[in-house]
Design a protein around this ligand. Sequence first.
Ligand code: DX5
Ligand code: ZN
Length: 220
Amino acid sequence: MVKIAPSILSADFSRLKEEITSVKSAEYLHLDIMDGRFVPNITFGPVVIKSIRQHSNQIFDTHLMIEEPERYIEEFARAGSDLITVHIEASNHVHRTIQLIKNSGCKAGVSLNPATSLNTIENIIDDLDLILIMSVNPGFGGQKLILKTIDKIKKLKLMIKESSTETLIEIDGGVNFKNVEKIAKTGVDIIVSGSTIFVGDPTENLSKFRKILRNSEQVE
Ligand code: DX5
Ligand code: ZN
């Protein structure tokens, strides 16, 4: 079944430990790092990751929305990331950045903004553990999903099949209880959710997502 990766971007940061504990049954925890340059918002850095690492055994899925991510890979790896994703639009030598991530002991992902074509990853697809497809313009939680992304994921699924790699597909932004079933049908592996999980009761919201996904599988 497709996995849900809660994004703490919409969590209450004054109760971060509690918030993380409330979604501990999720295999992945999505960490949105924003620098106020690549995206018009600033979040948190390695210091926060390091302190929450002590309270979670989840796979830390670090999404770097920062310029020149290569400058910070080692620091984010040392802080406790398991998977580091950089934006293809933010790195001039993305192939080198991917090697840097792997050499730091992490799995490597590349993310594509909504306007970025799948052609941009054609030559690196075999090197990637994960491709993160942005379904909103990165920077903020609670935005509306851009529908065109659904076709993009279907195309990517075919690209991965043809290249016979094991690369996972993750979707990020605007996923809610209404559209999750449609998204799961694209063959995506991981679904990020921020506001739908953390507004209200996160444990309940996570179960609700899983219930919808289970039911939709039974229909198949
Ligand atoms: C947006 C972030 C997302 C965000 C998703 O730039 O990358 O991970 O937290 O939030 P929702 O699920 O609220 O769209
Ligand atoms: Zn994200």
